[in-house]
Ligand binder design. Structure first.
Ligand SMILES: [Ca+2]
Length: 408
């Protein structure tokens, strides 16, 4: 595999904002995201100038919207699309999803509007698994880890008991929040959000307001929101049990305030993700696919052009697919990045530790854990439990969601 190195040095015009990291599989809304966590030429985000141009380009542009039909579920084995081209992974035999295949995949799903009236309940933490008080070995010295992300060293951290939602917050749950409060997300206020290129049936039919120069697979789609994840005309009617996406950290915090819960700290998230195991790479052990069985929704094939989706999903998956970990938590690896409460830092001395498990007191990016459906070992191996990334609090993409916790 190609082990990426990390660069956490900002480019220019961002003095004092060096502690910002963005995985190559995510994208930031603002200029603060200048520091690519992945050191490949393709990684990175908007620099200050690009971001300025980006936002200037948003205004006054003509609109041209597609009529997408949305579903995040790739019906593997039922596609009649283009056969897979040569794969980097000979074990992958499923058809590859290209742009045209994505169109077929989308058009195969029934389009429905979410029925907000059906989802009016706040979450009930009393039903959630308890993560027991204890001293957990967090971080890693794993050779596959990204030292420049401050994944290491492995160290003991004492954590009081808490409850964690077994699932990421779903579209249904977020709809209940919006129904109760009338909340408007930041993507809705900004008027656009980042969508991964292969999820857009026809990029020529959507209004692209910009794209990060070094991560061109992220397209800023006008009108992309949690309700319409691929832009106007798409929908979540058949994705109510999928994680809500296109929600910023600020949106997640607003949901928590309404629901009487909070975002986990990084150390809480990681201790929970480990599922009672110690010093393991994934929530279930050290082998990605034990017995050949998929345990998470990531990328199979060649990033970023061919996703064989042999795990069953091109985009998001329902929050309860695959086996849970030892604490009964689902999809702690893959599917969507999950916002944590901490500020991100790439300084090991400032990250969560035994004496400061809540992370740094301030920063420019909020921490994310878990990786997403875009992660691949060859490119962004951040679906390991110790992996970490960050993004600005107002950023939103189609692969960032969140999960919540409650104190006992
Ligand atoms: Ca997948």
């Amino acid at each position: 595999m190609t082990q990426e190195t990390s660069s956490t040095v900002p480019t220019s015009g961002n003095a004092g904002k060096a502690e910002t990291s963005s995985c190559c599989c995510s994208a930031g809304r603002e200029a603060a995201l200048q520091a690519p966590a992945c050191g490949t030429p393709a990684a990175g985000n908007l620099n200050a100038r690009e971001a300025k141009d980006f936002h200037e380009g948003e205004t006054g542009a003509a609109s041209s919207f597609p009529q997408l039909q949305g579903s995040g579920r790739a019906e593997t084995g039922q596609e009649s699309g283009t056969p897979a081209a040569a794969s980097a992974d000979p074990k992958e035999a499923s058809p590859a999803y290209t742009g045209s295949a994505a169109e077929r995949f989308h058009s195969s799903a029934a389009q429905q509007e979410p029925s907000l009236a059906e989802h009016s309940a706040q979450p009930d933490p009393s039903q959630w698994p308890i993560i027991p008080e204890g001293t957990y070995i967090l971080g890693t010295d794993d050779g596959e880890g990204f030292a420049s992300d401050a994944e290491g060293p492995a160290r003991p951290v004492h954590i009081p008991a808490f409850r964690m939602s077994p699932y990421a917050v779903t579209n249904a749950e977020f709809a209940a929040f919006v129904q109760a409060t009338g909340y408007v997300t930041e993507a809705e206020k900004f008027g656009w959000s980042y969508v991964f290129q292969l999820l857009i049936p026809d990029p020529q039919q959507v209004k692209i307001v910009g794209s990060p120069e070094r991560t061109p697979w992220w397209l800023g789609v006008e009108g992309a929101t949690w309700r319409e994840p691929e832009g106007p005309g798409s929908g979540i009617g058949d994705r109510m049990d999928h994680p809500v996406v296109h929600v910023s950290w600020n949106d997640a915090a607003a949901y928590c305030a309404w629901a009487g819960v909070r975002l986990p700290t990084e150390v809480e998230w990681e201790a929970a993700a480990r599922g009672g195991l110690e010093r393991k790479r994934y929530p279930w052990g050290d082998v990605l696919r034990p017995g050949g069985e998929h345990r998470c929704n990531i990328w199979q094939g060649v990033f970023p052009t061919k996703n064989h989706a042999s795990d069953g999903y091109l985009g998001t998956a329902p929050v309860d697919v695959y086996l849970p970990n030892g604490y009964g938590l689902y999809n702690m690896s893959g599917n969507v990045w999950e916002w944590c409460g901490d500020w991100f830092t790439s300084d090991p001395a400032q990250r969560g530790s035994s004496d400061r498990p809540e992370g740094p007191a301030q920063g420019n990016a909020r921490l994310m854990k878990g990786g997403s459906y875009l992660c691949h070992q060859s490119y962004c191996n951040r679906y390991r439990v110790a992996a970490r990334s960050g993004n600005t609090p107002d950023s939103s993409t189609g692969n960032i969601g969140f999960r919540v916790v409650a104190d006992l």
